[in-house]
Design a protein around this ligand. Structure first.
Ligand code: SF4
Length: 448
């Protein structure tokens, strides 16, 4: 929220009834200011106070949802220019372009790649989210057939691309209940597409030739009651698009210009024919400041690094990336395989699991929740000591998976081995290497 806890407190009823889940209005105000509570939890707010607080809590860049249900993708909602100031809120959607003049083979290939290129990393699922369907043929029945095919074959939010209101109306006739993004409102088609967007309650992208055009269009949409807007500045050179992205973000955040306070879309597919260059340009706009990035095609070697970059930039800098507490099977472990334990700092997880994998000795890796702290930091903070490791080993179920009772701990916490043996009398505690790089050689000599 842009206002302080005390300012919020002044607008609350001050009866301390506790119905919001905290004992006092002051505590509720502080939770609201910290973004840890929702306004709706207090049933006794006056309408005036509710309106004031809702206005204060609206981010300078509006959050827009594309799609519905499990395919819904939120974009925008940003409050800072730079990640280190607080955090970036909603990662840009990665969209794949399919147009209705492509061959069936090309369309099927894109649908297949969209569905298959899905990655798990640090407990997160990384994938593209939107299929951008372009009406290139000018044939409404062909366009509808393409939309139907995509809806049947893959799980995705949809974006409809055309500047012809009749084609968009045809597209919406088959997919309006999926809440697709309509691209694009221009000066020429403005009235007709606003009517379509209002009828279907769908978000719309505005496209202009300059920022002044955009301001005019967003103002018109706002006055018509359409609030879910995405901005396409229409630029196609990297330099101009980048300038526009930065100018829009600055105007919305620093100058509080509501008419530019919307997420943006960048059609990278229109900026180059070279797939590698396309990935590099897309990476630029993951950082600055696209809400949706449209690619001409997906391939594993360019999509995966882009998704990992996106994940890293849109993580909270105040909270280290963490892996879920669990037993991870590396290779095909059996009841004689080694059991290693480490913390859940995701970098540690990736290094240790990678080294076990490269040793070609299958094993179980126990990941203990240390709130994302690394081994030594977690140990110093009391989150990776003998007592916490022992209680995790007892409850995680590893004793049912192996016959032996040998637990390999990181060399850096060798000092805990005696206490761990006291806590886990059935287990032999083995001090492993200090460095991940020494794990392969160590495991090759390991015997149950
Ligand atoms: S429910 Fe409202 S009035 Fe009651 S304690 Fe919470 S903030 Fe105060």
């Amino acid at each position: 929220m842009a206002i302080t806890g005390i300012e919020i407190f002044k607008l609350l009823p001050k009866t301390n009834c506790g119905e919001c889940g905290v004992p006092t209005c002051l505590a509720f105000a502080m939770s609201l200011a910290a973004g840890k509570a929702e306004l709706a939890k207090c049933p006794y707010l006056s309408e005036e106070a509710r309106n004031k607080l809702e206005e204060a809590s609206t981010p300078p860049i509006r959050m827009v949802t594309i799609g519905k249900g499990e395919n819904a993708k939120k974009i925008g909602g940003e409050t800072v220019m730079f990640r280190h100031e607080k955090r970036f809120e909603n990662a840009p959607a990665i969209a794949l372009l399919i147009s209705d003049d492509m061959t069936e083979t090309a369309i099927d290939g894109r649908i297949e790649r969209f569905s298959n290129l899905v990655y798990e990393r640090v407990g997160q699922t990384l994938r593209g989210e939107i299929i951008a369907l372009k009406c290139q043929s000018g044939d409404a029945s062909k366009y509808k057939a393409l939309i139907n095919k995509v809806m049947q074959k893959c799980k995705a939010s949809i974006m409809l691309i055309s500047e012809n209101p009749d084609m968009l109306a045809a597209g919406l006739s088959v997919c309006s209940d999926m809440r697709p993004l309509i691209h694009a409102v221009t000066k020429e088609n403005c009235e007709k597409i606003i009517a379509l967007a209002k009828e279907c309650s769908c978000p719309v992208a505005v496209k202009g030739e300059s920022i002044d055009d955009i301001i005019e269009l967003t103002t018109r949409l706002e006055q018509s009651g359409v609030k879910d807007i995405v901005i396409d500045t229409g630029a196609s050179s990297i330099q101009k698009v980048l300038q526009d992205q930065v100018a829009i973000r600055r105007a919305a955040l620093n100058q509080k210009m509501r008419s530019l306070g919307y997420p943006t879309i960048v059609l990278v597919n229109e900026m180059t024919d070279d797939p590698l260059k396309e990935a590099m340009i897309a990476a630029t706009f993951v950082a600055k400041y696209a809400g949706i990035i449209v690619l001409s095609d997906f391939s594993g070697e360019t999509l995966f690094p882009l998704l990992v970059l996106r994940m890293n930039l849109f993580s909270d800098p105040q909270r280290p990336l963490a892996t879920d507490e669990d037993i991870y099977e590396i290779g095909c472990p059996d009841e004689s395989s080694p059991v290693l334990v480490t913390c859940n700092f995701s970098l540690t997880y990736f290094i240790v699991s990678g080294e076990i994998e490269s040793s070609r000795v299958s094993g179980y890796l126990l990941i203990k929740d240390t709130e994302g702290l690394s081994v030594m930091t977690a140990w110093a903070a009391g989150k990776f000591g003998a007592d916490t490791i022992a209680s995790f080993v007892k409850k995680c179920g590893i004793a049912d998976k192996v016959k032996h009772r040998k637990l390999i701990i990181p060399g850096y916490i060798a000092i805990e081995s005696g206490a761990l043996e006291d806590e886990l009398p059935d287990w032999e505690i083995v001090v492993g290497p200090r460095e991940g790089a020494h794990i392969p050689a160590y495991l090759k000599t390991w015997k149950a």
